[in-house]
Each structure stands twice: as structure tokens, then as C-alpha cells.
Write a protein of this length. Structure first.
Length: 659
């Protein structure tokens, strides 16, 4: 019986672009399944999964929330993720621990830029996905157009398994195409779509005769569970229409969570929150093994051990002690002091890769009153950075400045609210500035002979060459261990990423390959920390010789405006150094897709909304870093002493290492 319970378990993520209705859908799922007795709502701030004060106030989800329910004998963990692009890091972390996903599209807005981004991540990870077209009762709902968009922008293997009944305000639900009572033409279209994708089904279809719908549905279920086909269903979450059918579709088309509870522990911490009375809450997805109260668990990522004090199921603001966490399940584990997001518990073997979506593109300085305790503010933001590592809270003691990285302005408003409500701190934020990067202009070498003042001895020669866009940093050594001992090579390798955090213009250097081609140490005079001093000097020497070019973040944008505003929008895009495809007319609206530098378009969504009187949508997604035009410059004040000033740098670093 216990094994059967483990087999019948699913972990499902609910994903969508902002305002598509994720939290409302989740709320109705919990209600229909009998998990909650009364419906909450996003607008009134009573949704179960919007438990933070700021979520209730703003009517948006800013944090992934976990809820559990049972349907047709299957135990389901459901994660409701934020839809706003500013909280993409929460979506990214949730993706990693899901076995299957429901992607919600609005029947009015259709496929948005963020829908595509999430879809691509789901496909990269091979996560079986079901499409739920919501808001079918709205004016302007166009299921045929949404299906065409979904097949164009997402996948040609998206297949409706229902037929909508009625349009817009007259929408009254959807008919199951697997039912013998369903519309013959629509059912024939479904069967033909499947036959096109499988030789044996094609032969069966061409032979004619009696159609065994159960056989065809079984094929669809197997293909959907394997992530090859993607069923599509319809509904109106706000009215509870189509929710039961959505629940049934989850059970029909999604695979059950795997994992063996008898194997050694293998799991990951995908989220960290705080409980006023219990302290740090580590949300853990377990892939293998079992964790029980009072077990000692190995933190593989930090090479430490910690004793579990309690394991609880959490739902909004409510928690329930469950005593154990088994393979295939998700729960909150208490007692893992110092644990961070992304830490692997036990063995890493069963933990899947992650899909990188969130790239903070803005840096912001934090200000507070002189009479406020610096340590309180720094501590609070570093604690929040534990919960969202993308924040990258950085305290610069010499300049007495605190900087954070953010995705956008909504995130700043949320941070402001959390700092006040949780810590009682009132801060202000400076103007967000774009995070640029640098990349080498050409290939070349950097050299350093760190021989003075004694005792020290470290000689390094690096070959530096540009890498493909988006490749980051690739490092290797071709130096023999007889010339440079492994311990010194390891110290050099460890310091290379640190040294490249600030290039010639003060920005991180990326998209390059660094190869250590020469290295020497002295039998008596060398200390491993000599290479901590030498590595930045050698790399900066190389960058200074070959030069770097500035890279800026670029957004992929989709703008929908009334037809009469299209001319101005295209002119605006040109003025902002943007590029765009030929506009597409859809009804009375014009759809314009293109690419825009973030630096020139920070305030554009507000401007656009203003002159279209709110009748426009501006959806954007990070599209990568691209070289800036020659006339664009951006320099950041360097933190600490520049390694190019070797004498001053050596003194400052040796002093820091000694202290």
C-alpha cells in the first residue's frame, strides 16, 4: 500500500504570463478538489497561495506557492508561480522540481513573450505540458487564433482534446472529443492530427471501420506523458468552468512522480522562506530516499551536515506536520541551518539540470537614514538574497554603499514592502541603472611575474580569446603539474571568475575563453595566496593589451496597439535603436515584434500606455547581451584598487589577505 501511495503522486507547476489567471485557476482547483471549503480571490486578497501581505495588497503573486490536494486517488503537489517578469527567478526555481506543467494562455491576449520563454524552458527540460486556454467568456476571446498562435510560437504538436461550446459571453463549456457524443467533424480532425504523427495510427485510420476511441486516447496519453504531444483544454477559471475537466486531464495525460524511497537520499532545496516562529523553511523536492524528523542530512553543496527538526506540508499560511518526506514528494524541511537555494541534499545523482531564465538587468543603490543601523539594513538584504540569490546584495565597505540587482520596478516595490513589514526598515532606492558587460575585442595574452616584495613568487601567462555570444566564461589549463603544482593551479582557477567581475570599464567580462599556458612557482618563496594576488594582475594585463567591447542587454518585445498608433510605435522603436519585423494586422490591432536595447526603453511601457490611453500591451523577455554601437559608453566606478596599478594593488591585497 505504501509503495502504491508513492507511485500515485504528481508534482505540477502552474505557469503563465501575468494576468492570465494562474492564481484564480489554482484557487478553483483547490476548491473543486475539496481541499478548501470556500473560494478566495486574488482581487480581494484572500487567495490561499497569495500568503504574503504584499501579494494581498497588490493582487499579484510574487513568490511560488505550494498547495496539495487529491484527485481520483492521486496526491498532487501544485506550485502556483508568479506571472510577472520581475519574479522570473521564482519561476526558474520551480521549473527544476516539476514533473509536469500546466501553461495557461488567455483566450484574449494569446501567446505572450513570457509564455514563449517558459515554454522554451519546459521543452529544454523535457517537462510534459498541458495547455489551459482561460478567460473563454471574455469579449475578444478567440480560441482559433490562440490555437494558431500556440502552434506557431510554441509547438505544432499542441492538440485540442475539447471543442468549445459558445463564444465570448455565451461560452458554456467544452465538449470532450473522446466522447462518442462529441461533434463528428471535430473528432475526425483530432484523429487525423494523431494519425499524421504515427505510422500505425495512419494505417488504422486509412483502413476505416469502427474507431476504438479508447485505443486512440491511450496513444495520446502515452505521447503526452512523454512530452511529445501537448493536450489543450478550455475554461473560465473565475467561474469554475472547465476546472473539473482540467483536473481530469492532469490525471489522464501526466506521468506520476518516480523515485525509490529505499534508495539513499537525493534532493534539492528549490526555495527558502522564513517562518516567524520556526525560522528558515527549506522547500525540498526529494527524488530518491526518505527524510524523517530528527534525521541527519548531508548538504552535498556545502559539504556540511544538519539535523532535521521538523517536516511540514505548507499551504499558504497554514502548515501541517507530516514527519517524513519520501521520494517523489515536496515538503518544507526545518533545521537545515545555513542552507541556500540550489543546495543538493544527499547525492546529486538524481537531481535534474536547471533552466536559466532570470537574468537581473538592473543595478540599484539602497539608501537609508543616517540614524539607522547599517548592519540591520545590510543583514536584512543579505537575508533576502538567501531567499532570492539573484538579488546579489553587495556591501562596499570603503564606499559605504549597498547595491542590489533587480529585474524591474515592481520587484523594488515588493522589496520596499517586505523590508517594512518583516524588518521594520524604511529604505529608498536610487535610479535603476542598466547592467552592462564586457567581452574581449580580440585574442591575446596576459602575463604577470609577481616576484616582489618578498616573500612571494608566482608567474602566470594566460591566453585570452573571445567566445560565442552567451557562452560565459570557459577556463582551462594546459600547464604541466611539474611546472606548476596542482594546488597552485587550483588557486588560479578559483580566482579567474572573481578577477573577471570587473573589466576595463568596471563591468563583468563574459563570453571568453581563458587558457593558462604558462605557470611557475618557487620551491621556497611561493605561497598559494600568491596566485590569488597574481591572477587578477595577469588577466587585467591581457585585457588591457587587447581591449574590451561593451555589451548591453537586449529585449525581445511584442507590442499590441490600436492600428492608428502603429506608425508612432515603429518610429519610437527606431529612435530607441530597436529593430522590428513587418507589423501584423489582427482585427483592429497591430502586432509589432522586435528587439530593443533595455537602456533606451526603460520607461517606454509607461509612455506607450499613456499615448494609447491604456489600449496597448507591451510584453518583453530578455533576449541576450549584444555589442553596443561605438557611440554608446558606460563606465562603472571600480570597487577596490585596479590590478593594472600593480604596486598599489599588491599592497592592498596583501593587507586584505593578512587581515
Amino acid at each position: 500500500m505504501n509503495q502504491q501511495q508513492r507511485a500515485e503522486r504528481m508534482n505540477i507547476g502552474i505557469f503563465a504570463h501575468v494576468d492570465a489567471g494562474k492564481t484564480t485557476t489554482t484557487e478553483h482547483i483547490l476548491y473543486e478538489s475539496g481541499r478548501i471549503r470556500a473560494l478566495g480571490s486574488v482581487d480581494s486578497g484572500t487567495a490561499v497561495t497569495d500568503s504574503m501581505e504584499v501579494e494581498r495588497q497588490r493582487g499579484i503573486s510574487v513568490r511560488a506557492a505550494l498547495a496539495s490536494f487529491s484527485w481520483r486517488g492521486v496526491q498532487v503537489n501544485l506550485v502556483d508561480t508568479p506571472g510577472h517578469v520581475d519574479f522570473l527567478s521564482e519561476v526558474e526555481r520551480s521549473l527544476r522540481v516539476m514533473d509536469c506543467a500546466v501553461l495557461i494562455l488567455s483566450a484574449v491576449e494569446g501567446v505572450q513573450a513570457q509564455s514563449e520563454m517558459i515554454w522554451n524552458a519546459l521543452r529544454k527540460l523535457g517537462i510534459p505540458t498541458l495547455i489551459f486556454v482561460n478567460k473563454m467568456d471574455r469579449t475578444g476571446a478567440d480560441p482559433e487564433a490562440v490555437l494558431a498562435q500556440a502552434r506557431t510560437y510554441l509547438s505544432g504538436d499542441i492538440i485540442p482534446v475539447q471543442q468549445p461550446l459558445g463564444r465570448e459571453q455565451d461560452y458554456r463549456g467544452a465538449a470532450d472529443l473522446w466522447s462518442v457524443e462529441s461533434d463528428t467533424a471535430a473528432r475526425t480532425e483530432l484523429l487525423e492530427t494523431l494519425a499524421e504523427r504515427d505510422e500505425s495510427l495512419l494505417e488504422l485510420y486509412m483502413a476505416g471501420g469502427e474507431t476504438d476511441l479508447l485505443y486512440w486516447k491511450k496513444y495520446m496519453q502515452t505521447a503526452a506523458a512523454a512530452g511529445r504531444l501537448f493536450p489543450l483544454v478550455y475554461g473560465v477559471a473565475a467561474k469554475g468552468i472547465g476546472i473539473t475537466e482540467l483536473l481530469d486531464a492532469m490525471i489522464d495525460y501526466f506521468p506520476r512522480a518516480g523515485g525509490d524511497a529505499e534508495q539513499p537520499v537525493s534532493g534539492i532545496v528549490y526555495n527558502i522562506q522564513r517562518d516567524k516562529s520556526m525560522g528558515r523553511m527549506a522547500f525540498v523536492r526529494l527524488y530518491e530516499g526518505t527524510i524523517r524528523n530528527r534525521d541527519t542530512v548531508t548538504n552535498y553543496s556545502q559539504a556540511t551536515e544538519a539535523k532535521v527538526t521538523q517536516i511540514r506540508k505548507v499551504e499558504g499560511g497554514r502548515t501541517e506536520d507530516v514527519g517524513a518526506l519520501e521520494a517523489g514528494d515536496i515538503a518544507v524541511v526545518y533545521g537545515l541551518s545555513g542552507v541556500r537555494i540550489g543546495d543538493v541534499l544527499g547525492r546529486p545523482d538524481a537531481v535534474p539540470q536547471e533552466a536559466k531564465l532570470a537574468v537581473p538587468l538592473l543595478t540599484v543603490r539602497v539608501f537609508w537614514d543616517a540614524d539607522m543601523d547599517d548592519h540591520k539594513v545590510i543583514g536584512a538584504l543579505q537575508e533576502l538574497a538567501d531567499e532570492d540569490p539573484q538579488l546579489g546584495a553587495e556591501w562596499l565597505p570603503e564606499e559605504r554603499e549597498l547595491h542590489i540587482k533587480v529585474m524591474g520596478p515592481i520587484q523594488l516595490e515588493v522589496l520596499d514592502s517586505v523590508l517594512q513589514s518583516r524588518y521594520g526598515l524604511k529604505v529608498t532606492f536610487g535610479q535603476p541603472s542598466v547592467i552592462y558587460k564586457e567581452t574581449p575585442r580580440a585574442a591575446g595574452e596576459g602575463y604577470v611575474a609577481y616576484l616582489m616584495p618578498k616573500p612571494c613568487w608566482a608567474i602566470l601567462r594566460f591566453h585570452i580569446e573571445p567566445g560565442p555570444p552567451g557562452s560565459g566564461l570557459v577556463y582551462e589549463s594546459v600547464v604541466r603539474s611539474s611546472d606548476l603544482l596542482p594546488q597552485y593551479q587550483n588557486e588560479t582557477a578559483r580566482r579567474v571568475p572573481e578577477a573577471l567581475q570587473q573589466g576595463l570599464y568596471g563591468w563583468e567580462v563574459t563570453d571568453l575563453k581563458v587558457t593558462l599556458v604558462e605557470g611557475n612557482h618557487h620551491v621556497w618563496h611561493t605561497h598559494p595566496l600568491d596566485f590569488a594576488v597574481a591572477t587578477p594582475m595577469g588577466l587585467m594585463d591581457g585585457l588591457n593589451r587587447i581591449g574590451t567591447r561593451l555589451l548591453e542587454p537586449v529585449l525581445a518585445v511584442r507590442i499590441v496597439v490600436p492600428e492608428e498608433n502603429a506608425g508612432r510605435v515603429m518610429n519610437d522603436l527606431v529612435q530607441m535603436r530597436g529593430s522590428f519585423e513587418p507589423p501584423v494586422l489582427q482585427g483592429e490591432r497591430m502586432i509589432i515584434e522586435g528587439r530593443l536595447p533595455l537602456a533606451t526603453s526603460l520607461d517606454y511601457p509607461v509612455t506607450l500606455s499613456s499615448y494609447t490611453k491604456g489600449r496597448s500591451t507591451f510584453a518583453s523577455a530578455f533576449a541576450g547581451y549584444e555589442p553596443c554601437p561605438p557611440d554608446v559608453t558606460a563606465e562603472r566606478t571600480r570597487r577596490g584598487v585596479n590590478p593594472l596599478d600593480q604596486a598599489k594593488y599588491i599592497l592592498s591585497v596583501r593587507k586584505a589577505l593578512q587581515s
